[in-house]
Design a protein around this ligand. Structure first.
Ligand code: FAD
Length: 316
């Protein structure tokens, strides 16, 4: 069975949930192997084994570690040369999309970005994407021997499947053209205890309707163990950081539950949340466009509805 490489998303060896999702999807195509870039691969191994990685290719080279696309693409190309994989799956992110594009050029492979599903099958790897602000679902088949695919978070529920996770060290020599140094890096500030927006199972978002008071949104999010999102109107007003913006020019989320409070449902906002499994909206205006796509809608004032919902969930 052909190998399928999965780029591991981790912080100092702590493997993120999207990697478990990608390893689960990789099993629909072939035999999953993880590609770990950085030090502390040993810390990552048990979780990679738990989700089915037969091998863990480890690239622990100073020229490659760090959030830079060009050296990452060269490193992945080196592993691909060795493994001849049917597919290489990367978690969707700005850097990974750039690395995937460079990798596709280097290996002469077809590239699909922001997939929400991948499968094996006759004629090549099949992918599913949302297009035109999630108004269309596109299925594609990548017919090159290797498919390069970036996959959105929450594309599937991770399913465990124990495997050996044999460590395979890979020596990578980065070309001078790809050598670069990251001079500064800033991590978005995350309130402790809240999950990352793109990884969260539940997202509670606030918009202009909050009038700048996100306290009922945050309180409900904390009760549900959710991440907090914001519309661009709320971000542009300086009420919430840009790192929390959901939408076309913000983050794309696909949680099990998305709660939109005081958000009208502009197409650019929908582009970032329309693939959520269940959508709930709270809006004073029963004509608000957000009600066109919700599973459950509440016409009411968010400052009344959210605290009531919060009390009800706490009491349950
Ligand atoms: P509004 O449209 O003003 O809606 C506020 C809503 O709150 C209204 O429906 C109102 O009825 C309701 N409301 C008011 N008070 C209450 C209350 N007390 N209780 C309940 N409901 C109440 N937007 C994004 O979100 N993300 C993006 O990534 C994004 N990218 C964009 C890119 C481009 C190129 C452009 C042109 C626009 C983009 N926008 C984006 C902006 C988008 O078009 C909308 O302007 C924005 O989403 C509106 O935010 P909002 O729904 O919070 O505000």
């Amino acid at each position: 069975m052909a190998e399928v490489l999965v780029l591991v998303d981790h912080t100092d060896g702590q493997v993120k949930k999207n990697t478990a999702e990608l390893l689960t999807l990789a099993r629909q195509i072939g035999e999953p192997s993880a590609v770990f870039v950085g030090s502390n691969a040993e810390a990552a191994r048990p979780r990679l084994a738990q989700f089915g990685a037969e091998k863990v290719y480890v690239i622990d080279t100073p020229d490659v570690t760090g959030a830079l696309a060009a050296p990452l693409a060269e490193a992945l190309a080196a592993v691909a040369e060795q493994a001849k994989p049917a597919a290489i799956l990367l978690p969707t992110s700005g850097v990974n999309k750039e690395a995937a594009a460079r990798l596709a050029v280097k290996t002469g492979s077809g590239l699909i970005t922001d997939a929400t599903n991948v499968e094996g099958g006759e004629g090549g790897v099949k992918t599913t994407q949302s297009a035109f602000a999630s108004n269309f679902t596109v299925t594609s088949t990548v017919t090159t021997p290797t498919a390069i695919v970036t996959v959105k978070a929450n594309a599937t529920a991770p399913q465990a499947s124990q495997a050996g996770a044999t460590v395979v060290p890979v020596d990578v020599t980065v070309s001078d053209a790809a050598k670069a140094t990251q001079v500064t890096a800033s991590e978005p500030k995350q309130k402790s205890g809240r999950p990352e927006l793109t990884e969260a199972q539940i997202v509670v978002s606030g918009g202009r309707g909050t009038g700048g008071d996100f306290s009922p949104v945050e309180a409900f999010a904390d009760t549900l163990g959710a991440a907090v999102g914001a519309s661009r109107a709320a971000v542009d007003a300086g009420w919430y950081p840009h790192s929390n913006q959901v939408g076309q020019t913000g983050k794309q989320v696909s949680p099990q539950l998305y709660v939109a409070a005081g958000i009208s449902g502009a197409i650019q906002h929908r582009a970032g949340m329309q693939t959520s499994k269940t959508i709930v909206a709270i809006n004073k205006d029963e004509e608000a466009p957000i009600f066109e796509l919700v599973d459950f809608g509440v016409v009411g004032d968010l400052f009344t509805v959210l605290p009531q919902a919060n009390d009800a969930v706490k009491a349950a």
